[in-house]
Design a protein around this ligand. Structure first.
Ligand SMILES: Nc1ncnc2c1ncn2[C@@H]1O[C@H](COP(=O)(O)OP(=O)(O)OP(=O)(O)O)[C@@H](O)[C@H]1O
Length: 455
């Protein structure tokens, strides 16, 4: 329900506007002075202000109203202020509109005209908010994904479980190794939920410092800190009543964990530099490839936050335990990359199929996708051989292989990608340990990994 703030020093006028506005379906709050109005707008959600222009006795110039319009617009540039005065002159109306008022109404007002003006200004505000949100959302939301493919019984079971859970409002924690497609499954949940028409906002926690966390998650006001040159909407605000996907949740610092826990408990937050309390209505899906029980035991992750996030916990199985996915996914990627690079259709020779089925895929579906993308440029002829795939030898028990032979034909990017994957494999998919062993910070690790996902 929209909230309208009435600023008028007459309690009679406040009461009669309240009566009328509530009848029109709005929530109405009244204050007696511009100072109280500013205080109220700074701390509460207000959708529109009806502002008297004169407050001190015997003044009719409208100067107090003009100052109030300026201050209100400074506080919230998108807040519509409709001016109402019994001392209307053309000059004052022009001044009010050029100062930032959205409309000018003479007292005594006509109900129909007032109702129309309010409706119009609320619609304009909504359109402006949508535009601001869409612009920022476009800058930050993850690229629309291609379809999620699941052929094996294991993956099909996970999908049907998620489809059922999607209908609830429960927070869901997705676990699983790197590259199993957790962000794809998060979008799948959103698309099958009752929130599918609202936004899906994704944030990679592994890449956020504490300072960035505040800004990205809660947003900031212009001037909140050096370099804050304009207002920024936070992920909770952008997600609104949609879905907020928090990837790599185990990598949050203790400080950021405490802040996130507070929002999840209170369902309220404030942007940096603002005292306005905002409500969190988003559903949280989080994901991690880390062992959170171990992180809790080592006091690296808060148990209370874990319980807030994992109302339900679903593990996405590694590719090596879903053998029935390997060849259909490989063919799927083959078709789409041949199309993307305008190459003639290619197929997998029997030896290549067998090699893929025997391989351990420490980097899971992401790695399979990269292998297929690379082989398109390496294959001679229309059939891809096992050799073209350039897979390292695998262990017989299908566990990921630690040894990678360095092929002298690989580019520097491919050598780095191999190094990252083999280190990940060595640490059983634990990205924090893999990063540490390479002398990299967690955020540098995630930046590198996402670079190779994008190659
Ligand atoms: N079921 C699937 N169908 C099609 N593509 C998939 C599937 N699962 C994963 N992928 C591909 O694998 C890549 C990695 O997926 P994603 O980034 O969601 O993995 P992740 O589990 O979140 O990895 P990380 O833990 O490293 O963040 C995606 O870019 C996508 O191309």
């Amino acid at each position: 329900m929209k909230t309208i703030l009435v600023v008028d020093d007459s309690l009679d006028i406040q009461a009669s506007l309240k009566f009328f506005l509530e009848d029109e379906g709005y929530l109405c709050h009244g204050v007696l002075s511009p100072d109280s109005a500013l205080d109220y707008v700074a701390k509460n959600s207000v959708d529109l202000v009806l502002l008297d222009m004169n407050f001190s006795q015997n003044t009719t110039s409208g100067a107090e109203g003009l100052t109030a319009i300026e201050a209100l617009k400074e506080l919230d540039p998108l807040l519509p202020v409709i001016v109402m005065t019994g001392w209307a002159t053309l000059d004052l109306a022009v001044k009010a509109l050029t100062t930032g008022a959205a409309d000018f109404i003479e007292k005594p007002w006509q109900d129909e005209r007032l109702a129309h003006a309010i409706k119009l200004q609320l619609n304009t505000r909504r359109d402006k908010q949508d535009l601001a949100r869409l612009t920022q959302e476009k800058q930050r939301s993850i690229a629309p994904q291609s379809a999620l493919h699941a052929y094996s019984t294991q993956k099909q079971q996970v999908l049907s479980q998620l489809e059922n859970l999607a209908k609830s409002d429960m927070n869901i924690l997705l676990t699983g190794e790197n590259g199993t497609g957790k962000s794809y499954y998060a979008q799948f949940i959103h698309q099958h939920s009752t929130r599918s028409r609202a936004s899906f906002i994704a944030l990679n926690m592994g890449a956020l410092s504490d300072e960035l966390f505040n800004s990205e998650v809660f947003g900031h006001k212009k001037g909140a800190f050096t370099g804050a040159s304009q207002d920024r909407l936070g992920a909770f605000t952008l997600a609104e009543d949609g879905t907020l996907f928090l990837d790599e949740i185990a990598n949050l610092s203790a400080q950021s964990q405490a802040k996130l826990l507070h929002v999840l408990e209170e369902r309220k937050y404030t942007a940096l530099g603002s005292s306005k309390v905002l409500e969190n209505k988003a559903r949280i899906i989080s994901a991690t490839n880390a062992d959170l029980s171990e992180a809790i035991a080592n006091e690296l992750f808060r148990q209370d936050l874990y319980y807030r996030l994992n109302t339900v916990e679903i593990e996405i199985p590694p590719l090596r335990s879903c053998k029935d996915d390997i060849l259909p996914l490989a063919n799927q990627f083959l078709t789409s990359f041949c199309k993307q690079y305008d190459k003639p259709a290619l197929s997998l020779a029997q030896c290549a199929k067998q090699a893929l089925l025997n391989y351990g895929f420490p980097g899971n579906v992401r790695e399979l996708k990269h292998i297929i993308e690379r082989v398109i440029f390496m294959a001679n002829g229309q059939q891809i051989t096992a050799q073209d795939l350039m897979l390292s030898a695998t262990t017989s028990n299908n566990k990921p292989n630690v040894q990678h032979t360095v092929d002298m034909t690989l580019s520097i990017d491919e050598v780095i990608e191999h190094a990252l994957l083999s280190r990940l494999e060595h640490f059983n998919g634990n990205a924090s340990k893999a990063a540490k062993s390479l002398g990299m910070s967690r955020s540098a690790w995630y930046r590198k990994m996402s670079k190779y996902d994008a190659v």
